[in-house]
Design a protein around this ligand. Sequence first.
Ligand SMILES: Cc1ncc(C[n+]2csc(CCOP(=O)(O)OP(=O)(O)O)c2C)c(N)n1
Length: 327
Amino acid sequence: MSLTSDVRRKMYEVMVRSRAFDDRLTEQYWIDKKPIFAFGAGPLPGELHTSHGQEPVGAGVCAALLADDMITTGHRPHHIAVARGVDLKSLTAEIFGRKTGLSGGRGGHMHIYDKRVNFSSSGIIAEGLGPAAGMALARKMQGKPGIGISFIGEGAVNQGAFHEVMNIVGVFKLPFICVIEDNKYAVTTHKSASTATERNSDRATCYGMTGEFVSGNDPDLIYAAAERAVTRARTGGGGTILEVETARLLGHFMGDPGGYITGERKLYQVDPIPIYRRRLIDENILTEATASALELAVNTEVNEAMRFAAESPFPDPIDALNCTFAD
Ligand SMILES: Cc1ncc(C[n+]2csc(CCOP(=O)(O)OP(=O)(O)O)c2C)c(N)n1
């Protein structure tokens, strides 16, 4: 694969789909929750961590993957799920807690599981690293294709699990990529207050892995770096820590106005989608008309998924204890 016009158009489409998805969910989220923040009210009770600003990471990395590759991610999973091709209707229904959801409405927005596309997410920070490395080890031992990819935030890097898993990846030279989405903040804590090193990709040398850093929240550069990491993993070159500079445009979750991000620190909150749209038009990969048509089609698809979810039945309480254990 290389960075063809088709790949770039596809990445733009994926970013637009992810943004439309998060925008529609945000509208649903606020139903019945105002004027006082009624956390448990409305069609989407509880927490909602949207991916506004981080779309290039999902689009760029997932465009470099193949069907056999296995993804785990965390509490902010929408942009990666959408980029991986998780079924939009079942994903939306899962977030709405409906019977037609991916896990029958049991998981909610942080616990998305779609075996069809080898995708899972967990609300426990750094939890997905071990399973992704384990899947990479299994495939290596079985001589089967497929690499493990785990997406984490820069806040997860100081968890013990990170160091244990990276060490094992290095020892066994596993076909594995740890994508660190550096959006500068873990809830309200700026990276400089919690992490001793400027570049988490520098840590790769301690674990016999390759480190790559991508600045600028740029899908083209993210794709190119992901492709290098994927090739390395598939050809026996071992694991990569791929650190990507990205932007959290909103608060940590819905209801967090993010007022602690002030002054110069606000400057990184630049929306990547209009920038990429402009670039593709300037380079004759899209026109105004084709971009608008794509946006219309994607928004229609997202609206349809929202309608499907809202009209789906709730699970029957009698089934609450089903699926508690895996077969
Ligand atoms: C093991 C664990 N500790 C704490 C939390 C609470 N928590 C949820 S999100 C979060 C911050 C995560 O920051 P980061 O990894 O940078 O991801 P981001 O939210 O910026 O995408 C914390 C501490 C958790 N879910 N799991």
